[in-house]
Design a protein around this ligand. Structure first.
Ligand SMILES: [Cu+2]
Length: 304
């Protein structure tokens, strides 16, 4: 009973996409792309299992059936078998071709960013992420930076063993998570400002390099609301391990409300009343006129 009550908060905190202790297989994730990656992985895995059973079964059978104690004699004249060589070349080629068809189809789907409903710009910095939500109207765009949470930072700099520090998401938490709506095709534009980083959230099923001077694309459509964690996946300097990614997928209504709050926060300060601004304009005018008057003189001087 006591154990059960201990486990409940842990289970409530865990998201569908979080890895479990002793998990052997890859996670299924929460998007179409991650499902595709999982399916491709399972197809390859089962083909490997069948090959493994056949090859090791044949070896075991041969070793047991034709053993020396049963009077087996080695065939010292055997050099090669053309028939066998054709078979063991053709079978792997066929298998690879068979696997290439679904893999190519999935890869094309993974890069098809058409018909996205919204765009998010991701920029990698040493060592934080910047997220921008570009809008079509003035005042609609907003953005913010997302860096390692203070608690993780304190633990890592304190020198204590992090396993004793009681932080459920040590080094996998940020101050400002990337908030996205569920059931929405989101187009990502990914780049970097200094060195190469890589934006990677396993539950989304892809990883994209963030390269200075190049804008890479990706897309996602998260089906399940939740918190999905990832990390920079490109060795980008001394704090490479301290620039986690947290994606918070919420309902469309919740996202709209959050976006409105962000826009309000990002809005420029109210314009000063006209009575105060007017003298400044008047004061600027004579200066401009004087500059114009001085201009021919200055030009003559520099020519001379
Ligand atoms: Cu990085």
């Amino acid at each position: 009973m006591a154990l059960a009550s201990l486990l409940v908060p842990v289970a409530a905190m865990a998201q569908s996409a979080d890895p479990e202790r002793w998990q052997l297989n890859m996670g299924q994730g929460v998007t179409e792309s991650s499902k595709h990656a999982y399916d491709a992985h399972m197809l390859a895995l089962w083909i490997c299992v069948v090959i493994g059973v056949i090859v090791f079964g044949a070896m075991a059978f041969a070793m047991f059936k034709f053993r020396k104690s049963k009077g087996a004699k080695p065939d010292v004249d055997f050099t090669h078998s053309t028939k066998l060589e054709v078979v063991w070349t053709a079978v792997p080629v066929l298998l690879l071709v068979l696997m290439a068809f679904p893999a190519t189809e999935k890869l094309i789907a993974m890069y098809d960013t058409r018909n996205a409903e919204m765009t998010i710009k991701v920029t990698g910095y040493q060592w934080l992420w910047k997220y921008e939500y570009p809008g079509t109207q003035p005042g609609e765009s907003f953005g913010f930076t997302s860096r390692l949470d203070r608690r993780s930072d304190e633990i890592r700099q304190s020198g204590v063993d992090a396993r004793t520090a009681d932080h459920p998401h040590y080094l996998l938490d940020v101050d400002n998570p990337l908030v996205v709506p569920v059931d929405t095709k989101i187009h990502f534009l990914i780049q970097a400002d200094d060195v190469i980083h890589a934006w990677w959230v396993p539950a989304l099923g892809w990883k994209q390099d963030a390269i200075p001077g190049i804008t890479n694309e990706a897309w996602t459509e998260i089906k399940t609301p939740g918190i999905y964690r990832g990390q920079c996946a490109e060795l980008c300097g001394k704090d490479h391990g301290f620039m986690p990614i947290v994606v918070k997928a919420v309902s469309k209504a919740e996202f709209a409300q959050w976006a409105a709050e962000q826009r309000a926060k990002n809005a420029p300060a109210p314009v000063a009343p006209a009575t105060e601004a007017a003298p400044a304009v008047e004061a600027a005018a004579p200066v401009t006129a004087a500059a114009e008057q001085n201009a021919p003189e200055a030009a003559a001087q520099s020519a001379g």
